[in-house]
Write a protein that binds this ligand. Structure first.
Ligand code: HPA
Ligand code: ZN
Length: 353
């Protein structure tokens, strides 16, 4: 219901007013790795608390190492940072810090990835990971009314047997996560490698998503759709290399969780000015804007919205509304919640002077 919204009038007020609206509008975040929200300050605090040695003398030196050339160069630093997480309280503190920032960005619903194998491989019990994160989700709902859900990701550079073992270990906490995903090094690890474990996850009634088409080719997006039968594609920006695939994604309304600042930091695009978000929206795709690993990529979800719109002046109020509406449609929340958030979105836009 957009009839009461005058997008042209909002655009006529200029970029500062649009930036303010981007910040204030309600939104869902559907692509954020909780380990990627670990800010350098918290890394140092947890390192001290857990007596974990760090290779950097201080916060500034660590931040200076955040100059990435591709996905793998980031993942090496990201897995090292996660090494300070040892106890349930550490997972709680990390997730809680994210939810405080998300609530400040007017995120009303978040579906948060976590990578249990990054921790269980270091001897951390999966219970500490899931229970710590779950308590933070509960508190986010109590304190902010932010509905927060967890999605368990398998590391695709490890074997499918390792993914099966992780799923089995997580099953006692089945009620604490809503789905499974697939992340880590994409190239050389096609979705087909995880066909059986995704089939098992679907049998268990879990939602299924996968990173595909970030660095990998459009064939990986097709593989995720056809073989893993995913409900959403994480990133997916390389779909534009295959027009028939774009047409299918649009027709089937398969959402893409796009992460613009991540894409620039990992050199998927040379700059925000060259990002293909406008083309994805023009093609009728259910694209959304998300932060991916905000502590490493220079910003949370509102920073992604504001910087992307500033870099791409062809994006205006209608696109802002569409991206927020898409985030609710693409979420795994109950239909009644989706309708309530969509109505609130319309109210915020309609109330613009
Ligand atoms: N891609 C793949 N794996 C990841 C990412 C990403 O952007 N962030 C954290 N794990
Ligand atoms: Zn990601």
């Amino acid at each position: 219901m957009t009839t009461a919204i005058d997008f042209d009038r909002i655009d006529a007020r200029g970029p500062a007013a649009l930036a303010s609206l981007l910040r204030r509008m309600p939104k869902a975040e559907l692509h954020v790795h909780v380990e990627g929200t670990l800010e350098p300050e918290l890394i140092f605090r947890l390192a001290e608390r857990n007596r974990v040695p760090l290779a950097y003398p201080g916060v500034e030196a660590l931040r200076a190492a955040y100059a990435f050339t591709d996905l793998q160069s980031f993942l090496d630093v990201y897995y090292a940072g996660a090494g300070v997480l040892r106890h349930e309280a550490d997972f709680f503190d990390m997730a809680w810090a994210y939810f405080e920032r998300a609530a400040a960005d007017n995120v009303v619903h978040a579906e948060v990835f976590f990578d249990p194998q990054t921790h269980t491989e270091r001897g951390v019990p999966i219970e500490a990971v899931i229970v710590g994160l779950h308590h933070a989700c509960q508190r986010a709902h109590q304190e902010f009314g932010l509905s927060a859900k967890l999605i368990l990701c398998f590391l695709r550079h490890l074997s499918e047997d390792a993914a099966f073992a992780t799923l089995e270990q997580a099953l006692p906490y089945r009620d604490h996560f809503i789905g499974v995903g697939l992340d880590s090094s994409e190239r050389g690890h096609p979705p087909e490698k995880f066909a059986r474990v995704f089939a098992r996850a679907r049998e268990l009634g879990l939602h299924v998503v996968a990173h595909a088409g970030e660095e990998g080719p459009p064939a990986y997006i097709r593989g995720a759709l056809v073989v893993l039968r995913v409900e959403r594609i994480d990133h997916g920006v390389r779909c534009v290399e295959d027009p028939a695939l774009v047409e299918r994604l649009a027709r089937e309304r398969v959402p893409l969780t796009v992460c613009p600042l991540s894409n620039v930091k990992l050199c998927v695009f040379p700059s925000l000015e060259r990002h293909n978000l406008p083309a994805l929206l023009d093609a009728g795709l259910v694209a959304t804007v998300n932060s991916d690993d905000p502590a490493y990529f220079g910003g949370y979800v509102n920073d992604n919205f504001v910087q992307t719109f500033a870099a791409l002046p062809q994006l205006g109020a209608r696109h802002a509304w569409q991206l927020a509406a898409n985030s609710f449609e693409a979420s795994f929340a109950p239909e009644a919640d989706k309708r309530r958030w969509a109505a609130e979105l319309d109210r915020v836009f309609a109330a613009e002077p």
